[in-house]
Design a protein around this ligand. Structure first.
Ligand SMILES: [Fe+2]
Ligand SMILES: [Fe+2]
Length: 397
């Protein structure tokens, strides 16, 4: 359900003055507490999770569904989980940036207010999504360690700049959110009866190119400004456009996870690895469904029509087009072609082919998104290698 809250309601929840006046160390601690609020088991866990004692998580009850299997992973299963761990570290990095600025303890009140124009619960959802990605990355690395495999460590590549806006921690990042091309083809794809795995190419309903998804600095988006609907001046329009871009980027990222995990699961050798991939993948799909719903609020009344004064990007009123490929509340997957065109259409996650939704396709999509803008050749070399190893796995039952 769509709710609206004003700036005052948001700032009373997030305690902006506290969030912006204390030291960086305090900020890190507060941020972290916010992230782990829902998940007490994560308390005290390092962000990358690579140093976690695997035994602490995994030597639990030795019976039934709660036990872990003994023995080593097959080469293929290890490759599948390594790529999943890399993808989750990437996801966690970008979600942490959103959470610092726009989560429940986020430090940028105007950004939070602009996001809340999409839904009054956006800050909570952002914090919870961040929390989930951190848990995915930590679990996958700990599981690899428990099986005698090396965890994935991308810390050497946390080199990209942070936002200079109030609320962002000044630290190195794996991912860039300051200038994004957001592929919106998922919006049309899930309203369409066609499936990319049958060769169909679908376009998004409009184009988001070279647009920030988080405030860049306080100069053009003052952190204390109100965010009325519609925006009343250029600075408010700029911040609303940034929040709207974020709303669509959330769904873009999570639909990638929704397709990736089925492609990985299909190749799993052990039943336990299959269970891990299906179980985490289900949460990626849950995230996508949520963000799909929220994004539509940026392109329907009363918010539709916002134009970024610096980039010229306009968020149209998609319901005014009177087309089922655009209608904003058609968020549940339409039945589509699946397996064979001679079979009845079926409502499914798509694509799920390695070519269109696998590991290499995921890295390619993130690269085209400009998520890795400024990353080193060594970074691309590593993630591409991990992706190729995962995609080359074949089912080996
Ligand atoms: Fe995840
Ligand atoms: Fe995710």
């Amino acid at each position: 359900m769509k709710e609206k809250t004003g700036l005052s309601a948001v700032t009373s929840e997030t305690n902006l003055s506290e969030a912006t006046s204390s030291s960086t160390d305090d900020g890190v601690q507060r941020h972290w507490q916010g992230v782990v609020k829902r998940r007490s088991f994560l308390k005290g866990l390092g962000i990358a999770g690579a140093t976690l004692s695997a035994g602490a998580l995994l030597s639990t009850e030795a019976h039934g569904q709660t036990s872990t299997s003994s023995g080593k992973l097959s080469k293929g299963d290890a490759a599948l989980l390594r790529f999943a761990a890399a993808a989750e570290l990437i996801e966690a990095d970008l979600w942490q940036q959103y959470n610092e600025l726009g989560g429940v303890r986020g430090g940028n009140a105007a950004y939070i207010a602009a996001l809340s124009n999409l839904d009054g619960d956006m800050a909570q959802y952002i914090s919870d999504n961040t929390d989930d990605e951190l848990s995915h990355a930590a679990f996958l690395n700990a599981y690899l360690i428990s099986k005698g495999e090396a965890p994935v460590d991308l810390d050497a590549f946390r080199t990209l700049p942070s936002s200079q806006a109030t609320g962002a921690l000044n630290t190195g990042r794996l991912t860039n959110l300051l200038r994004l091309n957001v592929d919106l083809s998922w919006y049309t794809r899930y309203r369409s009866t066609q499936n990319p795995d049958f060769g169909t190419k679908l376009k998004g309903p409009f184009v988001i190119e070279n647009q920030p998804a988080i405030p860049v600095s306080d100069d053009d988006t003052p952190p204390g400004q109100p965010q009325p609907v519609p925006p009343a001046n250029a600075q408010q329009s700029r911040m609303q456009a940034i929040a709207n871009t974020a709303g669509f980027h959330f769904a873009f990222i999570e639909q990638g996870g929704a397709s990736l995990y089925p492609t990985l699961a299909f190749k799993a050798n052990s039943a336990e690895v299959l269970r891990i991939l299906i179980s985490i993948g289900g949460v990626e799909i849950d995230h996508f469904g949520l963000w799909h719903d929220k994004a539509g609020n940026a392109v329907s009344q009363p918010l539709a029509g916002v134009t970024d004064p610096e980039t010229g990007l306009t968020f149209p009123d998609l319901n005014a087009l009177h087309s089922e490929l655009d209608q904003t509340n058609l968020i549940l997957a339409e039945p589509c072609e699946f397996i064979s065109k001679s079979l009845p259409q079926c409502s499914v996650i798509r694509p799920t082919s390695t070519k269109n939704g696998g590991a290499v396709a995921t890295i390619k999509a993130f690269t085209e998104d400009l998520l890795f803008l400024g990353q080193s050749p060594a970074f691309f070399s590593l993630v591409t290698q991990l992706a190729q190893e995962a995609d080359s796995v074949r089912r080996g039952f």
